[in-house]
Each structure stands twice: as C-alpha cells, then as structure tokens.
Design a protein around this ligand. Sequence first.
Ligand code: SF4
Length: 273
Amino acid sequence: MPLDLTTLADTSASYAARDPRDILELALREYSPAVGLSFSGAEDVVLIDMAVKIGVPFTVFSLDTGRLHPETYRFLDRVRTHYGITIDTFAPNADAVQNLVRTKGFFSFYVDGHKECCGIRKVEPLVRALAPLRAWVTGQRQDQSPTRSHVPVLQVDRTFGSPDRPLVKVNPLSFWTSQQVWAYIRDHEVPYNTLHDHGFVSIGCEPCTRPVNPGQHERAGRWWWEEETKRECGLHAANTQGPQDSGTGDQESSALAKSAPDSGPGPRPAMRP
Ligand code: SF4
C-alpha cells in the first residue's frame, strides 16, 4: 500500500535514525514492483546489494548519457552479471543530441554551463525512466556536498511527480557517511567502479568529472568550473532550492519534468576505497 503522503514528513523523521536496509525495505514493500533504483555510483550498488537480499521485486535503471567513462560501462555490466539483474538503460533523444552538437559542439558545457547538456542527456531520459514508477530510490547522502545537506530519507518528488501522479523519492543512505558506504562495499564484496582506485570519488560523465584532493567535498570534482551551489544536474535539481521539508520534498515545479531539457553535516574529507 503506498505511503500516506500527507504524513510522509513524520514517517521520514521516524525512519531517519534507522538502518538504510529498513528504509529500503519499507519502500520496496510499499511500492514493489513500481519502484526503481537509480544506478550509477558506489552508493547505488550498495542499495542494489541490500535490495537483492531483501528479496522483494524491484527495477534498476541507469542513464546512459553517451559520455560516460569506459570504466563505467564495464562497471555497469559487472553489476548486471554479479547480481543477475536487468538494468534498464535510458539513452538521450538522438535528435536533441545531434542538434546540440551541431550548434554548439561536444563541449558546450564548459562555455555556457552544464544545464542544457544535462537536460538532454540526463533529465529527459530520467523523465522516461520514472514514468512507470511510483517511487524511486537514490544513493544521495547529506555529507556529499552542500547541495545535499538537507536530503531527507523520504520525500515527495515534486520535480518529476505531480498531483495527478505522485512520486516518492527514497534516499536510504541520506544519513550514512562515505566511510560507512565503503565499509559496506568491503564487508559485502560489492563491485565498484575501478576509477575509484585512481582518485575519483563522485563519478559522472567523463568530461565533467575529475579526481578530488583530500579534504575536498567528494562532489568537488563534478562541474568544477561552476559555482558550488549550482552543481546538481537536474536529477536532484531541487536540492539547490535550499532546505526542504521532508514531507513536502522537492520544491521545484513539475514543469521541469514536463519541459525536461538538465543528496547535516558540514564538509568531510572525501573518502576513497
Ligand atoms: Fe553533459 Fe557533462 Fe551533464 Fe554529462 S555531466 S550530461 S557531459 S553536461
């Protein structure tokens, strides 16, 4: 039975101190099979590992922007075979990509910001990925960056949902630290992206990701040429709108999803495996 959205803030608060497995199990039991795990990074595989062990049907989707590192494609495939799961990959609209590249080239984001390219390569595909779902699960953590410092464990997603089609966003690792994530990866022998062995911490598209130095926020290597408070790609754009009530969740209008062109504590040292 879906969660009561009018009391989601209270439910979120009551689950905030619980183990991520409890939060994930709540989401899977309430929304299975219309619940999707968004997969791209280390946190997401931790959640896949937990979900497989919970044993309730779920889906996994990933956004293939066409600009990922070769290591990331190999990582996606390793996770697929390791767990014997299907990963639904969503590619960007070919005409939109062609038009962007024809008019602005392959690296327009360095000139006029990442929003347009992310809109085409990430947000529009995400809208398609979320269309059949009633809840989606992310690996966002509060200590990843200033833009994620208020992410609750449960929130109404007003960016990609609507009053007619409510969508719940579940962030089971919201209160976990990087150290806890990597301890889980080691203890449970969870596959991870080999780029982590080369100084990369938060990994996105190849041209927009670089390694970070000790002491930097782990997302400091993403869109490093832009202002820190703008470094969300649209998937979690509402994080840049400021602190949110966990029940009312994302404040950005669902118009973003319709037009569709682009995760506490203070800074912590970036953790590597
Ligand atoms: Fe484009 Fe960079 Fe966004 Fe990837 S991260 S979609 S390459 S702007």
